[in-house]
Design a protein around this ligand. Structure first.
Ligand code: SAH
Length: 247
């Protein structure tokens, strides 16, 4: 059921013990694809001890220098967050998240992001996410240990993989031709859009007022396919040509 197409991405992890704990949690639940973005103190004996039997997941973990590198080629990217963000982001609960990941993994590899122990995911990382998932907790004490959060999400994914098909996030493209554009294509489009908006004096780089974040969120909601990204970029290129033609 596509469990091997779900990449668990730990971003900027500071405690190697949590990396080991996450690897063990994954192996318990049948997940194997671990990716570490700029981990501190890894590899380490502490991670290996905490992995306790899940060494293969650790040994095969892919280490990346940037989040872009970790999710290039990935269609659906979902982030986990203990707290609400200043800009509302489309939200899923852990169960919906698990079903949505599995449904989508049928068409392209998918990624689930976990943030740094102290600070969580940065806003830039959240911008890459189609949805954010929050594990329900007591309001006053919402932040789980990183490996515990991975455990809960991995458990939901295992349960969802053994279930009959269940509801997924609404309006998801399902055919191969409408699969989400890979992350680097979407990123390329956002960067292109930003350049054009600056050229048009619509976006003032000195006072960006979260415009790109809002536009990113809007286009993320549209679940753009590769063809749709290409159309939008074609329009931007045409706008640039017209701009340079003007006296
Ligand atoms: N103060 C940080 C907490 C980081 S905890 C924050 O507000 O996000 C480290 C990581 O564990 C988080 O980035 C997230 O990936 C995961 N995590 C912890 N508690 C969570 C929760 N209640 N729901 C979802 N993910 C959680």
């Amino acid at each position: 059921m596509f469990l091997d197409r779900i990449r668990i991405v730990l971003v900027d992890t500071t405690h190697p013990g949590n990396i080991g704990g996450a690897a063990r949690a994954m192996k318990n639940m049948g997940l194997s694809q671990l990716c570490l973005v700029s981990p501190q103190g890894f590899p380490s004996a502490e991670a290996t001890v905490r992995a306790s039997g899940a060494n293969a997941v650790l040994e095969e973990a892919v280490v990346c220098q940037s989040l872009d590198e970790a999710i290039a080629g990935y269609g659906l990217v979902i982030g986990t967050s203990a707290r609400r963000r200043s800009i509302e982001w489309p939200a899923l609960n852990p169960r919906e998240c698990a079903h949505t990941l599995l449904e989508h993994a049928a068409h392209s590899p998918v990624a689930l992001l976990f943030g740094q122990e102290r600070a969580g995911l940065t806003n830039d990382a959240v911008d890459q996410c189609r949805y954010l998932v929050t594990i329900p907790t007591q309001d006053e004490f919402a932040s789980l240990n990183l490996a515990a959060a991975v455990q809960i999400m991995a458990y939901e994914i295992l349960l969802a993989s053994t279930d009959a098909p269940a509801p997924v996030a609404e309006s998801f493209p399902t055919g191969a031709s409408t699969a989400l554009a890979p992350q680097q294509n979407r990123q390329g489009f956002y960067a292109h859009l930003e350049r054009v908006l600056v050229e048009l004096d619509f976006l003032d780089p000195e006072h960006p007022r979260k415009l790109m974040r809002k536009l990113t969120r809007m286009f993320n909601r549209a679940d753009l396919s590769t063809e749709e990204v290409n159309i939008l970029r074609g329009i931007l290129t045409q706008v640039q040509k017209q701009q340079t033609r003007q006296p």
